[in-house]
Design a protein around this ligand. Structure first.
Ligand SMILES: NC(=O)C1=CN([C@@H]2O[C@H](COP(=O)(O)OP(=O)(O)OC[C@H]3O[C@@H](n4cnc5c(N)ncnc54)[C@H](O)[C@@H]3O)[C@@H](O)[C@H]2O)C=CC1
Ligand SMILES: O=C([O-])CC(=O)C(=O)O
Length: 355
């Protein structure tokens, strides 16, 4: 009897370390420890936390000093990931949540929710081929957000981002909680890749390079604005062609190299943390936090309802969306192709929720 009670307590500790309690009063239970957590900072949930992106993302968020509470939710394997990450001697208190019956507990009180839940591509697939599975996953998770933390900033990583962000917006509209400032599709990996590839060509340190990437997050919708990079540089037509194509196909490059074992996970976790950190600095009220993201642009950048742009982040999420700026002929032609595909992907997401 005693053994089984201890086993139950241990399992529950892995799911939710703060709930750890020995039934027989022997030894020191976690619930009786003097430190109760609760240091100042933000509460962050990761949905899909046990996956290829979720695990390194959870580890990096546990290292972020702006995070006081980290909730890890998945439909599989959260107990192990939570137990593992909770032993890191950083400030954030980590709690694990497993399966739909624990989704509401995972979401309640969160300031920022990051969603990398869903299936990744295999070679030969497009991101849109993931729609049939991932659309429903994102819809369900967003229904939970609308109910339990409607004011949270939401970072959507699950592909196809060009459709999953419109899906999230429709779910929030139906629930009466939609705030376009708080919903952001994560396109940071495109910027991270662009900075890296451009730095390679120019012989610079990637940390010194800043390439705006606008449009969306799939193939031709990924539009690097090489004419606007910092520091200002010029490229030959061959360099422009090479860089644009490599940035647009960076995801496929990784999918093919992994040969059936998934898509980018480690660089994506890095990019997701870079972006989440920017959102948290904005929430804290820091000035001049500007990043690219796929947001509800209310048709103020192009005629489309969603578009990836440079945005200023603040206490309410997106405080300002910057216009595209002057484009060269090559970029204007790329923009037309991007808008055509984006319109179809956005429509598909909106229709999925309203069907
Ligand atoms: N926005 C971007 O730049 C990028 C997006 N992605 C996308 O991120 C997604 C995840 O990729 P990986 O982590 O590599 O996949 P993965 O398969 O390794 O992990 C996905 C996780 O989601 C979980 N999951 C499935 N259904 C769920 C549900 N209903 N609720 C909560 N969790 C659920 C799975 O159990 C799994 O742990 C994919 O859709 C992928 O295409 C990947 C790279 C870059
Ligand atoms: O390519 C994929 O399927 C994953 C992804 O979005 C990326 O790596 O940019």
């Amino acid at each position: 009897m005693q053994r089984s009670a201890e086993r139950i307590a241990t399992i529950s500790a892995h799911l939710n370390p703060s709930a750890y309690q020995m039934e027989d009063g022997v030894g020191l239970s976690q619930a009786n420890c003097r430190a109760k957590g609760g240091s100042p900072g933000f509460k962050v949930a990761i949905l899909g936390a046990a996956g290829g992106i979720g695990q390194p993302l959870a580890m990096l968020m546990k290292m972020n000093p702006l995070v006081s509470v980290l909730h890890l939710y998945d439909v599989a394997n959260t107990p192990g990931v939570t137990a593992d990450i909770s032993h890191m001697d950083t400030g954030a208190v980590v709690r694990g949540f497993l399966g739909p019956q624990q989704l509401e507990d995972a979401l309640t009180g969160m300031d920022l929710v990051i969603i990398p839940a869903g299936v990744p591509r295999k070679p030969g697939m497009t991101r849109d081929d993931l729609f049939n599975i991932n659309a429903g996953i994102v819809k369900t998770l967003c229904e939970g957000i609308a109910k339990c933390c409607p004011k949270a900033i939401v970072n959507i990583i699950s592909n196809p981002v060009n459709s999953t962000v419109p899906i999230a917006a429709e779910v929030f509209k139906m629930a009466g909680t939609f705030d376009p400032r708080r919903l952001l599709g994560v396109t940071m990996l495109d910027v991270v890749r662009a900075n890296t590839f451009v730095a390679e060509v120019l012989g610079l340190d990637p940390r010194e390079v800043d390439v705006p990437v606008v449009g969306g997050h799939a193939g031709v919708t990924i539009l690097p604005l090489l004419s606007q990079i910092k520091p200002p540089c010029s490229f030959t037509p061959a360099e422009t062609e090479y860089l644009t194509s490599r940035i647009q196909n960076g995801g496929t490059e990784v999918v093919e190299a992994k040969a059936g074992a998934g898509s980018a996970t480690l660089s994506m976790a890095y990019a997701a943390v870079k972006f989440a950190d920017a959102c948290l600095h904005g929430l804290r009220g820091d000035a001049s936090i500007v990043e690219c993201a796929f947001v509800s642009s209310q048709a103020c950048v192009t005629e489309l309802p969603f578009f990836a742009s440079r945005v200023r982040l603040g206490r309410n999420g997106v405080e300002e969306i910057y216009p595209l700026g002057p484009l060269n002929e090559y970029e204007r032609s790329g923009l037309e192709k991007a808008k055509k595909e984006l319109a179809t992907s956005i429509h598909k997401g909106v229709t999925f929720v309203n069907k």
